[in-house]
Design a protein around this ligand. Structure first.
Ligand SMILES: *[C@@H]1O[C@H](CO)[C@@H](O)[C@H](O)[C@H]1NC(C)=O
Ligand SMILES: *[C@@H]1O[C@H](CO)[C@@H](O)[C@H](O)[C@H]1NC(C)=O
Length: 393
């Protein structure tokens, strides 16, 4: 049953990513007196006087010895292969040494396609985070926009204090969002398109106020309690479910249990041993992802200090892997019934979704056949097969 639910959620949470890189030759970022060159490419520096080469002298950071460049007949300076070592100030002078013009050459790379991740901490707004994928050595800026169901683009909001994040407020469920994160520098621009539904990028913040405590007279039990992440809106139609992971401090392997409640009792803790407990949360209907694990809580199960015989008995029983008959633990039949009922409701919901998807597929297939798509292909195939026979006859 749970694998079916997972499968369905995967179908719903289709995440499409497109990436495109464009190199602009025009310098949209022209700064007065600065020329940008792509490392490995040729760059030509022009002298504004346009005098013949015999009347012009080029200097690099004051020195006239430029072994990596050639002066053209028009007095321009050709640099066939620029790299970081040729960055600096170039000046052209007339023969008397008078400065005609000076330019600063900066070299680097055009931007690569930025890497982008988008995440919704709740269903009402989400944020996208990005990183450049290429060290361009040049200043760059980002243009961030989005479209909902292919409508006209809107700005993804930026906070100047957070450089690589933009946010969308009042996001809508069941609508396709198309984010466009563009990195631009003087040598070009590259953008990445992320297309998704908000429910597929939901990842709650971790549960809060996680605590673990011993259960009196139960040497193998720990009660764990926690609270919803404060960023998650407390609305009845957006519930979370939880999983708990726990292990003795000195062990490496975690055990996990899942629950929809805000408290759970671990029943197989190791006696007299301190345990580490963490909780994570996920949308109740399995949309999106599990949150990160919460902060750790630690606790040691209850141990009897007054009756040492009981403890040693209990220890023997653990080694022989038998239950603990002498420990009458508080057992709540109401809780058991509640779990059974919620499991039943869950099974019913999954069944309804399954039937709905089935009906949808049935209707679609029915339509295709009615529309003649399948029939036509089928007839064509028959026709092709029979054709040679007809010719033979
Ligand atoms: C989401 O929106 C609510 C109100 O619309 C706001 O209070 C909250 O700070 C927003 N969260 C983020 C992460 O922007
Ligand atoms: C993404 O945004 C950039 C910058 O605004 C724009 O040039 C580019 O065409 C956009 N791409 C798409 C697919 O909308």
């Amino acid at each position: 049953m749970s694998s079916l639910a997972q499968c369905l959620s995967r179908v719903m949470c289709l995440l499409a990513v497109t990436a495109v890189s464009v190199s602009l030759s025009s310098h949209t970022w022209k700064e007065e007196g600065v020329v940008y060159g792509k490392i490995g490419d040729a760059v030509t520096l022009t002298c504004s006087s346009r005098s013949p080469s015999s009347e012009v002298q080029w200097r690099f950071n004051g020195s006239s010895n430029i072994t990596w460049g050639n002066v053209t007949n028009q007095g321009d300076l050709d640099l066939p292969h620029v790299g970081p070592s040729v960055m600096g100030t170039y000046s052209c002078n007339d023969l008397s040494g008078e400065l005609i013009q000076s330019v600063l050459l900066k070299v680097g790379y055009p931007p690569g396609i930025p890497s982008v991740t988008c995440r919704a901490a709740d269903y009402h707004n989400f944020s996208c985070y990005w990183n450049s994928s290429v060290e361009t050595l040049l200043p760059s800026r980002y243009i961030t926009s989005y479209r909902v169901d292919r409508s006209s683009p809107e700005d993804c909001l930026r906070d100047p204090r957070l450089p690589n994040v933009c946010s969308v407020r009042n996001s809508k469920l069941w609508m396709s969002y198309q984010m466009n994160i563009t990195e631009e520098n003087p040598l070009g621009s590259s953008f990445r398109i992320m297309e998704f539904y908000v429910q597929s990028i939901v990842k709650p913040d971790p549960p809060e106020i996680v605590s673990a405590e011993p259960v009196p007279h139960a040497p193998r039990r720990l009660r764990v309690t926690w609270a919803y992440p404060s960023t998650w809106p407390q609305e009845p139609h957006f519930q979370l479910r939880f999983r708990i992971q726990y292990r003795p401090v000195l062990h490496m392997l975690w055990s996990t249990v899942e629950t929809a409640n805000l408290t759970d009792i671990i029943t197989d803790a190791f006696m007299g041993t301190e345990h580490i407990v963490q909780v994570s949360a996920r949308d109740f209907l399995d949309a999106g992802n599990w949150s990160e694990w919460s902060l750790e809580a630690r606790a040691t199960p209850w141990t009897s200090t007054e009756t040492p015989e009981l403890v040693s008995d209990a220890c023997n029983e653990t080694t022989s892997e038998e239950p603990e008959p002498q420990v009458k633990e508080p057992f709540d039949p109401v809780e058991k019934m509640a779990v059974t009922i919620s499991l039943g409701i869950f099974a019913f919901v999954v069944l309804v979704i399954f039937l709905a998807v089935g009906a949808l597929i049935w209707v679609r297939v029915g339509r295709t056949v009615k529309g003649g798509g399948i029939k036509a292909n089928f007839l064509t195939a028959i026709h092709m097969k029979t054709l040679p026979k007809n010719q033979i006859l």
